[in-house]
Design a protein around this ligand. Structure first.
Ligand code: GDP
Ligand code: MN
Length: 404
């Protein structure tokens, strides 16, 4: 589960990681329903919040950052982060600017559950810091860069040498010498070296305690007033498999991109929302990912990634219902059953087709244990069994109106 910036910053704050002073103004409630008091009131709440932050500031009238809360990187470029106030502007100007900025964000194409209003940080430098799972290494990896503020994938592609890595042994933990060495490599000096080590240790504890897959701070500001480090952004992803022991992170509609994605999460069916033409209904994460790549390779586009293998192999009907919630033009079913038997999946698919009477073509390629029986079941129901993944993908792409 991806947490919003404001939720991540709440975790940071509780863990003793400095974050800017802030106020949150909700637009929808956590179930995704717009607040009954409407947009006029959003403006009033934001203006009041801007005044409160100004009152608490030691800077006279501070600058404030207006930040749309949604699951998306690069918000700055998309106009979803704006800095309000500045030289000589009055409190009234500031409040007006804040509500004006929010109005523009809300009027755009994005679904924004809340606006975070923060006191702007004056900084000398933007660092990057993250901790994530290092599956191949059987541990965790801490990444840091003195060139934060930009998209880390871009930095990794263009200047990989600007990213420092530390392997964290889960049994030893993050050791002080590691972060000290890293801080020096980042060019930090004096008190900042200690502050960096302290912050990294806190981030690591937070990462473990919350069963996170990723805890990222980008940018991590070095304040220009000598006040040390402050987290300018927060990206925290909680491992879905651990949510049962974290009642503090309930599954809520606002955490997902679509109704289907939300329902899938509640069912425990791995699902990702896209906006293309082909719904994938596959079994096995590796196979599903391969099919995803093949669809793109063949010039098609994916509407949704859905994986109903493993413990979900008898959930064909639920899986198809989720696919049908998309505006896709084809449902492409590719499975390779070993323990999850092909014949069971075929029966499930046929049953689902009978019950749901789908309004779009279904392409089936179900192989593995008992595939002869699976084929017979599909044929009896008027579905054509295919035996080759590439062939199935090409057929789906052609049916979707992509490359023939
Ligand atoms: P993201 O692009 O969606 O990850 O949003 P971020 O929260 O990382 O903000 C993007 C950029 O906005 C930062 O790298 C900064 O350049 C700028 N920004 C965000 N907060 C502040 C702030 O408090 N002060 C200043 N001066 N710039 C900020
Ligand atoms: Mn960021």
């Amino acid at each position: 589960m991806k947490l919003f910036e404001f939720q991540g910053k709440e975790l940071f704050s509780r863990a003793g990681i400095a974050v800017p002073r802030s106020r949150l103004a909700r637009i929808t409630n956590p179930d995704g329903v717009p607040l009954a008091d409407g947009e006029g009131s959003l403006q009033e709440r934001l203006e009041a919040a801007a005044r409160e932050l100004a009152d608490q500031s030691s800077l006279g009238t501070p600058r404030l950052v207006v930040k749309a809360q949604l699951d998306m990187g690069g918000r700055g470029k998309a106009g979803l982060i704006t800095i309000a106030g500045g030289d000589g502007s009055s409190r009234d100007d500031l409040a007006r600017e804040v509500s004006q900025a929010a109005r523009q964000m809300v009027a755009g194409d994005y679904t924004i559950p809340a606006i975070l209003l923060e006191e702007a940080v004056a900084f000398n430098q933007e660092l990057y810091l993250s901790i994530s799972v290092d599956a191949p290494g059987g541990g965790y990896v801490l990444l840091a860069s003195a060139e934060g503020g930009v998209d880390i994938e871009t930095l990794a592609a263009e200047r990989p040498e600007a990213i420092q890595r530390i392997y964290i042994d889960p049994l030893r933990g993050l050791l002080p010498y590691q972060t000290r060495g890293l801080a020096y490599n980042l060019g930090l000096q004096g008190e900042l070296v200690r502050a960096f080590g302290d912050l990294a240790a806190r981030l690591y504890s937070l990462f473990l305690e919350n069963d996170a897959e990723l805890a990222e701070i980008n940018p991590l500001f070095v304040r220009s007033d000598g006040g040390g480090l402050v987290a300018g952004d927060a990206k925290v992803i909680i491992d879905d498999n651990s949510l049962h022991r974290h009642p503090e992170f309930p599954l809520l509609r606002e955490q997902y991109d679509s109704d289907a994605a939300f329902e899938a999460a509640r069912e425990g069916i791995p699902y990702l929302q896209f906006d293309g033409a082909i719904s994938l209904m596959c079994a096995g994460a590796g196979l599903a990912t391969t099919v995803f790549d093949l669809v793109n390779y063949e010039g098609g586009t994916v509407a949704n990634y859905l994986e109903f293998g493993g413990p979900n192999y008898n959930k064909a009907q639920r899986a198809m219902e989720l696919c049908l919630q998309n505006d896709s033009r084809v449902i492409l079913i590719v499975t390779f059953g070993t323990i999850a038997r092909a014949d069971v999946m075929a029966k499930g698919v046929v049953e689902a087709v009978k019950n749901l009477n789908p309004d779009r073509p279904i392409v089936t390629c179900l192989r593995g244990t008992n595939e002869e029986e699976a084929d017979a079941t599909l044929r009896a129901a008027g579905l054509e069994p295919l035996y080759n993944t590439e062939e199935a993908v090409r057929k789906a792409v052609a049916l979707a109106g992509g490359k023939a």
